[in-house]
Ligand binder design. Structure first.
Ligand SMILES: Cc1ncc(COP(=O)(O)O)c(C=O)c1O
Length: 396
């Protein structure tokens, strides 16, 4: 018998679609995978070289549990340089990806029954993590007309003395929308009245377009820095998802708690990956701009094409590499063999009919939508649009 903790985690529909996409691919069908959550670029050369050197120099043993001093120095320097934030080394911990950072942070602050506010659409793992910590997720809708951003008046309605934390994903997976300084300040005004933590997931920080200014929540003021658990990493910015390095910057009591949890679960993140991460954060940064130029072209192309399709609306996001179109105009439409009732059916329909894999909005707590990743080549995006148009024309 498995634990009640495991039983509470919902089996994901996303997995079902991914499994089906895999099956079709194995049958030789050319599936275009727009469900991906990672950049399609190789890790930059200088970073790979740093990792090779690290192996040759035998940096292959356990490191300090919280991460090497060198890496934590590189992180504190980055936070100072790019976000105007001063942290000391004891206020930073390196983990096996930002995902582990988030999980350890949640385990550190949540007692059974504590409420955690999660704006929807949300990243799929937040509610599962809160549930594993035996907390209670409180969802609040961030609507398309407001760019999927949480409004202060909406936050006001759900924040109570029972609220232990608010999780803010900025820029957001799945919508790509990113908060302005003013929007964050307005949320901060509401949070000020309630003593809760803000877990600020900034993993897509570097993927920002059109000169939009990214603002880290902790940088709003010293008061908010003390209440923010800042999570970031190198996975998305440097195309290093497989290297598994994420980090947290927060007040010492939080880092100490996370350190304890990590020391009894996974211990330090990979020593070689930590060396590579030092190079990522301190070496040349131009590769990010090359990646951004490419992503921006794809975003503009895909946004234009999607919003030209009948019935589809789509917020043009400021960051990340996802579009989150509203596809609800296609609900209750049929072909001669099936009926599309919801976002899951829609995703399944375009998988079978157009051989395009996507993720239904229901996975992110937003039923009327579909997450489309543009972390694939322009050639694939163009082909996907041709196939999508054809498939949609068959629904009536
Ligand atoms: C919003 C968000 N946070 C955190 C993560 C985890 O990042 P990492 O690969 O560094 O664990 C992801 C990865 O998909 C993400 O989309």
């Amino acid at each position: 018998m498995v634990s009640h903790r495991v039983n509470k985690i919902e089996a994901s529909q996303t997995m079902q679609i991914a499994a089906e996409a895999k099956r079709l691919k194995a049958d030789g069908i050319n599936v275009i995978d727009l469900s991906v959550g990672e950049p399609d670029f190789p890790t930059p050369h200088n970073i790979k070289e740093a990792a090779k050197t690290s192996i040759d120099e035998n940096h292959t043993r356990y490191t300090i549990n919280a991460g090497t001093i060198e890496l934590r120095k590189a992180i504190t320097a980055k936070l100072k340089r790019e976000n105007g934030l001063n942290y000391n080394l004891n206020q930073v911990i390196v983990s096996n990806g930002a995902k582990q950072s988030l999980y350890n942070a949640i385990l550190t602050i949540i007692n059974p029954g504590d409420e955690v506010i999660i704006p929807a659409p949300y990243w799929v793992s937040y509610p599962a993590m809160v549930s594993m910590a035996e907390g209670k997720s409180v969802f609040v809708s961030a609507s398309e007309k407001n760019g999927f951003k949480l409004l202060p008046e909406e936050l006001e309605k759900v924040i109570t003395p029972k609220t232990k934390a608010l999780i803010l994903c900025n820029p957001s997976n799945p919508t790509g929308s990113t908060y302005t300084r003013k929007e964050l300040e307005n949320l901060a005004e509401v949070i000020r009245k309630n003593d809760c933590w803000i877990i600020s997931d900034e993993i897509y920080e570097k993927l920002i377009y059109d000169d939009f200014e990214f603002v880290s929540f902790a940088s709003l003021s010293e008061e908010f820095k003390k209440r923010t658990i800042l999570v970031n990493g190198i996975s998305k910015a440097y195309s290093m998802t497989g290297w598994r390095i994420g980090y947290t910057a927060a007040p010492e009591e939080i880092i100490e708690g996370m350190n304890k949890i990590q020391s009894h679960s996974t211990s330090n993140a990979s020593s070689v990956s930590q060396s590579a991460a030092v190079e990522a954060l301190t070496g040349p940064q131009y590769v990010i701009n090359e990646m951004l130029t490419e992503f921006k072209q794809r975003r503009d192309y895909l946004h234009y094409e999607l919003t030209s399709l009948p019935g589809i609306s789509c917020y043009k996001p400021e960051g990340a590499f996802f579009l989150f179109p509203n596809i609800s105009a296609y609900f209750n439409k049929n072909t001669n063999v099936l009926r599309v009732n919801d976002s899951f059916d829609f995703a399944m329909y375009i998988l079978y009919e157009a051989h395009i894999a996507t993720v239904p909005g229901s996975a992110f707590g937003a039923e009327n939508y579909l997450r489309i990743s543009y972390a694939v080549s322009m050639e694939h995006l163009k082909e996907a649009i041709i196939r999508l148009k054809k498939a949609l024309s068959k629904l009536s």
